[in-house]
Design a binder for this molecule. Structure first.
Ligand code: ADP
Ligand code: MG
Length: 684
């Protein structure tokens, strides 16, 4: 139960004075529904205004506050409405309105002097202000010279947003301190409530923001450590394989040193009587599947069942096919369970799991649902886990009386600090070596003006028997529009190459439909696969050696890196063409240049974190993970290690959640809504 002290903060925004359904609706677009959301809606910068008696060239580019008198309005066709005004000195300043001309006219009657504020721009000889703020004459003093600016949405102007945010802050109570005193004093941080209030006032100070970010990171780390602690306390069956299956596995190659090392780490964990919690990081193509297979076979040797969770149906089927191929002859019984297995087929899998006649189950999220009862699940492997968040991990390992050993595999190269905040409860193994004989992928960045040349090149590639991927850009935060863009691109390419040669997959397609297309591509029937990022993870078609990524600047670098990893899987030399838009920022250029320069996923991730946010790195829209609302990537990088040891200290020295500091820490968990996780731990 949420501590009573926090109730005022968690009240709906409608409970605040002057907030009606209309304002509430606008706020909801910013995900603001409660007072606390307003209190945490922090300003992003400061407006600096200049009060001036008249306009002058020296003021161009500044936010000015002037007394102006309108003398003419003009609107031609669909163009903007223009109100010509003069200042005290007789200079003409044009006020420009792209929308709401009627309102502009009413606000600015001809001949009536007004106080007008906005950015003074010069267009040739003309001075203008677009969408100015307008107040009555002589009101310049009402506009502060410096004012924090907030992220806005239609219907709420900055001044109103600021009032609302402060109304949110006014509901904040004094809270007990959860931060270790030495950390607090080392940073010179003040108490939570003062810091929150200061975060909204001028000048915007970094140290108060750091304190608020720290709280959020601390809550996150505390949950992960509690999860780790709870897991360590659990008892489960140690699994020690005798090698009778792994020894017989027929492989056309030998393990890389890194594969051997991490396999040993995993075996060591599984032989313990507390459940394994291990993250396996390895770049695309580094051979994680084989490591998972060896772990699963060890579990089977020890008399337990193993389950492999794939993020998509396509990948589940691919894993299933690979596994069947590798272990059927060993007498290991492998089954698949996804949303597509229905009726009798489903029944028989469920029976086999319950009576133990299935050794290894592969599938999508369905495999860990309540209804699926295992006889003896000893090992759960989660492949490409960024869609499998902390709370799901928690459910899996805290519910069962004897929780399974857990191995999470990810190809997303994550910077160390992010690993700490995303997987802080886990031990980490890294595959830092590629199987031998890979030819590096050549990456080129090409302006999308040259898309015609690119299609010609693609034609030559296909004519010589090659296969290729064409990845379409993310259009918006919606699978629907991504799908539409991919469909449009596929239509154009089909005209050129023929419908029977070009396949299309996107997130809006049904599983079986997608699988059919993928299967045709894998078998070589299709030469070209047009896709959204659904092909991002795992798909393996060695003959596909050309990858074209449209709108490359809109992807996160790690995402580009993963997409690129779809090629370079066979003998031939592979190429990745990054098509970029013509308007590209400096950062955009630097990011794409980095892709050209290196194939090292970890380096790309570290640099991307520097150049952009972690949301981008992980592909926020796919992460399904509760992110940070306050902490920026820089703050995470700087503060996560400190917050982690602080949280550890709370557990080890200060008596955990039940000690005096723990009581305060509980409030912090509720403040950042990490309480559900704690509830789960308790019931587990
Ligand atoms: P990922 O880590 O991206 O899941 P995979 O497990 O799909 O990588 O492996 C990529 C490819 O490398 C597969 O075709 C696999 O058979 C091959 N492979 C894995 N281990 C080795 C190895 N030790 N030597 C050579 N090839 C390997
Ligand atoms: Mg894989």
């Amino acid at each position: 139960m949420r501590p009573d002290i926090l109730n005022p903060l968690f009240a709906e925004v409608e409970a605040l004075p002057g907030v009606g359904p209309q304002v509430a609706k606008s706020l909801k677009r910013l995900d603001i529904t409660r007072a606390i959301d307003l209190a945490f809606h922090l300003p992003t910068g400061t407006i600096e205004r200049v009060r001036a008696p008249e306009a002058s060239a020296a003021l161009i580019g500044r936010i000015v506050v002037l007394e102006l008198t309108p003398f003419e309005t003009r609107q031609g066709g669909r163009g903007p409405m223009r109100v010509f005004t003069s200042d005290r000195d007789g200079n003409t300043i044009t006020l420009v309105y792209f929308n709401n001309p009627g309102w502009a006219k009413k606000q600015l009657p001809l001949g009536e002097t007004k106080t007008v504020a906005g950015r003074l721009d010069a267009y040739g000889d003309e001075w203008q202000i677009v969408h100015p703020e307008v107040l009555g004459a002589g009101k310049a003093a009402d506009l502060p010279l410096r004012e924090p600016v907030y992220p806005l949405t239609e219907g709420i102007a900055n001044r109103r947003m600021r009032e609302l945010a402060i109304a949110g802050v006014d509901r904040a109570p004094d809270l007990p301190e959860w931060i270790e005193p030495s950390v607090l004093s080392r940073h010179g941080w003040r108490d939570w409530r003062s810091s929150l209030a200061e975060a909204h006032s001028e000048p915007l100070a970094n140290d108060v923001r750091n304190r608020l970010a720290y709280d959020e990171i601390f809550a996150n780390q505390l949950v992960l450590l509690l999860l780790r602690q709870a897991s360590r306390r659990k008892r489960t069956k140690p699994l020690q394989g005798d090698g009778r299956l792994t020894g017989k596995l027929q492989l056309p190659y030998s393990l890389t040193g890194a594969q051997r090392r991490v396999t040993e780490e995993i075996r060591g964990d599984m032989a313990q009587s507390s459940p394994m919690l291990r993250l396996l990081q390895g770049d695309v193509g580094s051979g994680k599947t084989l490591v998972a297979l060896l772990a699963m076979l060890s579990a089977v040797e020890a008399g337990a069942q193993a389950a492999l969770l794939a993020p998509t149906e396509i990948l589940a089927r691919q894993h299933h096919a690979t596994l069947l191929n590798q272990v059927d002859s060993l007498g290991v019984r492998v089954a698949i369970l996804t949303g597509r297995e229905k009726g009798k087929a489903r029944e028989s899998v469920l029976m086999g799991l319950a009576d133990g006649s299935i050794d290894i189950l592969v599938g999508t999220h369905a495999i860990f649902q309540e209804k699926v009862g295992y006889k003896n699940l000893g090992l759960a492997v989660i492949d490409e886990q960024h869609r499998f968040g902390v709370s799901q991990r928690l459910l899996l390992s805290s519910k069962a009386e004897h929780p399974p050993h857990l191995l999470v595999m990810t190809a997303t190269p994550i910077p160390r600090t992010l690993t700490l905040t995303q997987y802080g409860e886990m031990d980490v193994s890294r595959i830092d070596e590629m199987p031998p004989g890979r030819t590096p992928i050549e990456t080129r960045v090409i302006s999308d003006e040259r898309v015609g040349d690119v299609v010609d090149g693609l034609a030559r590639h296909i004519a010589s028997g090659g296969q290729a991927y064409w990845v379409c850009p993310l259009v918006e935060e919606s699978e629907k529009s991504d799908a539409a863009a991919a469909e449009a691109r596929a239509a154009v390419l089909r005209q050129r190459f023929g419908s029977d040669k070009v396949g299309l997959v996107h997130g809006r397609m049904k599983g079986p439909e997608k699988d059919d297309v993928m299967a045709s591509f894998a078998s070589g029937k299709l030469a070209l696969l047009v896709a959204t990022t659904v092909i991002e993870v795992g798909v393996d078609v060695p003959n596909a050696t050309l990858m074209i990524i449209e709108g490359a600047e809109r992807f996160g670098l790690a995402q580009l890196h993963q997409l690129r990893g779809r090629v370079g899987r066979g003998e031939g030399k592979s190429t990745c063409l990054l098509l970029r838009g013509q308007q590209l920022s400096e950062t955009g250029r630097a990011r794409l240049a980095l892709m050209r320069e290196t194939n090292d996923g970890f380096r790309i991730a570290e640099e991307d974190l520097r150049l952009r946010g972690p949301g981008e790195i992980l592909g926020t829209r796919q992460s399904g993970e509760v992110g940070f609302r306050l902490a920026t990537p820089e703050q995470v990088a700087e503060l996560a290690p400190i917050a982690t040891s602080d949280a550890q200290l709370l557990l080890d020295r200060d008596g955990g959640l039940d000690g005096p500091r723990g009581q305060a820490a509980r409030v912090c968990l509720y403040l950042f809504e990490r309480d559900a996780a704690v509830g789960l731990l308790r019931s587990g």
